[in-house]
Design a protein around this ligand. Structure first.
Ligand SMILES: CC(C)(COP(=O)(O)OP(=O)(O)OC[C@H]1O[C@@H](n2cnc3c(N)ncnc32)[C@H](O)[C@@H]1OP(=O)(O)O)[C@@H](O)C(=O)NCCC(=O)NCCS
Length: 156
């Protein structure tokens, strides 16, 4: 299996939206406040294009046989003045189609993002993951992420 890791481009959007539909179906089970994919599809497409074009984001895709099979979206978040660092890295979204998982593709994309983060003088990278998301928890732990926080929700 020959996989290329590269930056996303506008012409990937159609294939990406197919993956987004699978990604949404997966994360919807953890986040009750997310709208269903059908309702956000067109706004999400525009949002993804903006991320691709922004210098504050690195939008990577994994491509196999001319098909996009995964994506990895990272960026820079500005901190307020109470933080030691003015900015921090963030992993916004990561997805690999199920049959290509556990083959090291996220690891490759993560390593690629580290080069970009280092160039931007980022000292640490955050992300959110649901405690119910076994794939996410496993992958982030293996990649070296420590748990330092728990986001909780109170439903009224
Ligand atoms: C999370 C996800 C992106 C990981 O992608 P992946 O390409 O399978 O990850 P990798 O193969 O690069 O694995 C990275 C490390 O995590 C480990 N890992 C990944 N999935 C695992 C699993 N289900 N169980 C145990 N370990 C796992 C790998 O063994 C690897 O560790 P190693 O470097 O010690 O070998 C993928 O499972 C996915 O798309 N999940 C659904 C969407 C999702 O949860 N996104 C993250 C939201 S926070």
């Amino acid at each position: 299996m020959q996989v290329i890791i590269r930056q996303a481009k506008k012409t990937d959007l159609n294939q990406l939206m197919k993956l987004e539909s699978e990604y949404s179906a997966y994360v919807e089970q953890f986040y009750f406040f997310c709208k269903p994919f059908a309702e956000i599809k067109s706004a999400l497409r525009k949002f993804r294009l903006k991320q691709m074009e922004s210098k504050n984001f690195l939008f990577l895709v994994a491509e196999c046989n001319k098909q996009v099979i995964g994506f990895f979206i990272v960026g820079i978040k500005k901190n307020n003045s109470f933080f030691k660092d003015k900015k921090a890295g963030f992993i916004f979204d990561a997805f690999v189609q199920s049959k290509y998982r556990k083959k090291g593709l996220t690891k490759k994309m993560f390593n690629e993002s580290l080069i970009w983060f280092k160039k931007q003088r980022i000292n640490y990278i955050g992300l959110n993951v649901s405690p119910k998301n076994k794939f996410g928890l496993n992958a982030w732990q293996k990649l070296g992420f420590e748990e330092i926080n728990q986001y909780r929700v109170f439903r009224l």
